[in-house]
Write a protein that binds this ligand. Structure first.
Ligand SMILES: Cc1ncc(COP(=O)(O)O)c(C=O)c1O
Length: 378
């Protein structure tokens, strides 16, 4: 029997009943009519002529071209579209891993991603270093390698910690992977919501940096379009992409026809969509920073650099799990205790909370949290 999916179970337990959702890490969504208002003439024509037969299993050429153009050196045929980042990641690891292989997984990581790997081969976890602002120790990755290691998997920018890799660490990691012939698989769904000091350009996609770099991305987070179910694999190695496409075709034959067009509209209008997401995130972060400053007995400083979520340490004696459950039950406010990123491969932080910043409801939720904490200390 598989380990329960802790994060999904926690969300299904609380989301239907709580008033203030600070658990989500996706940005505020948009309506269909607002999205179509952003469409150019050619996309509107596609929309009105839309049919519903099977489509190119790789994703429409024009959509892959639009994705590729966001990279430094990729063409449409270096991209395969999938039903979200989750399917993209599952297809990549299914294409690469056999029971004889070994993988290194950087922790913490989204539980389904770890399990996609551990269902196929043995794996070793390498934890981001909490004491160092969640740095990756490339020496620890090297020490975890075995002769049969095939890939390194990470989620960077990382959830829940908010960690990013600085250029020197990324260079070291790529150099190590190149020396050892490893694939570097990076789930990059949180690249679009980095704060100003860590903007997009500061954290290149691994597919641009490395010939065996595989970037996984989607419209689910910073674009607020998780319901479209559009994600993709980007990689310069066409043999890898063909194998991943094979694996993907076993899961789903093609994207939704409507989603392909709406994804194209969103990517072409990404400056406006992401600017809005960042501005909501910045407002939320400013309010949260003020709240943290007012409650130094409750929260430690937050070192994350993402506008999708914060990751402060919880300082109360009852612990982050108990606090989060009490907060949901008594104050109708949902935050995520870090223990939900549980792993079979190593320790994950348990004394932090991941707090969503991307929704318009975040500021009123922080006001409610402020009132709850004020009453709690009386
Ligand atoms: C790190 C990470 N990767 C992937 C996913 C899944 O993304 P998608 O909805 O695009 O499949 C999530 C969803 O929460 C996530 O947090």
């Amino acid at each position: 029997m598989r380990e329960p999916f802790a994060l999904a179970n926690f969300l299904s337990r609380w989301v239907p009943s709580v008033r203030h959702d600070l658990a989500s890490s996706d940005s505020e969504t948009t309506t269909l009519s607002d999205l179509l208002d952003l469409a150019g003439q050619d996309d509107l024509e596609r929309w009105h002529e839309l049919g519903f037969g099977y489509l190119d299993p790789r994703g429409a050429e024009w959509l892959r071209h639009t994705v590729a153009a966001r990279h430094e050196r990729l063409a449409a045929d270096d991209v395969v579209c999938c039903a979200g980042a989750q399917e993209a990641l599952a297809a990549v690891v299914a294409a690469l891993l056999t029971p004889h292989d070994h993988a290194v997984v950087v922790l913490p990581i989204y539980q389904p991603s770890e399990e996609a790997v551990t269902a196929l081969c043995t794996a070793t976890g390498v934890a981001l270093r909490a004491t160092d602002g969640w740095c990756l120790d490339v020496g620890a990755v090297e020490a975890a390698l075995r002769p049969q290691t095939k890939l390194v998997l990470m989620n960077m920018p990382n959830s829940p910690t908010g960690a990013t890799l600085d250029a020197a660490t990324m260079d070291d990691l790529v150099a190590l992977c190149r020396r050892r012939g490893l694939w570097l698989v990076s789930d990059e769904v949180y690249r679009h919501t980095l704060d100003r000091s860590h903007g997009l350009g500061a954290t290149p996609a691994v597919a641009d940096l490395y010939e065996r770099g595989i970037s996984i991305d989607s419209l689910s987070k910073g674009y607020g379009l998780a319901g479209l179910r559009v994600g993709w694999i980007a990689c310069r190695d066409r043999r890898l992409l063909a194998a991943a496409l094979n694996a993907k075709n076993r899961m789903s034959s093609c994207l939704s026809a409507a989603s392909e067009i709406l994804a194209q509209v969103a990517l072409r209008a990404e400056d406006r969509i992401l600017a809005r997401s960042r501005s909501v995130g910045e407002r939320s972060r400013a309010r949260l920073d003020a709240l943290i400053a007012q409650h130094p007995e409750t929260f430690g400083a937050d070192a994350s650099h993402n506008l999708a979520f914060a990751f402060p340490r919880y300082l109360g004696t009852e612990g982050a799990d108990r606090f989060a459950n009490d907060l949901a039950g008594r104050a109708d406010i949902l935050v995520l205790p870090a223990s939900l990123w549980r792993s079979r491969l190593g320790q994950v932080p348990t004394d932090h909370l991941r707090i969503g910043l991307g929704r318009l409801g975040a500021v009123p939720a922080f006001d409610a949290l402020d009132r709850y904490l004020f009453v709690a200390v009386q």
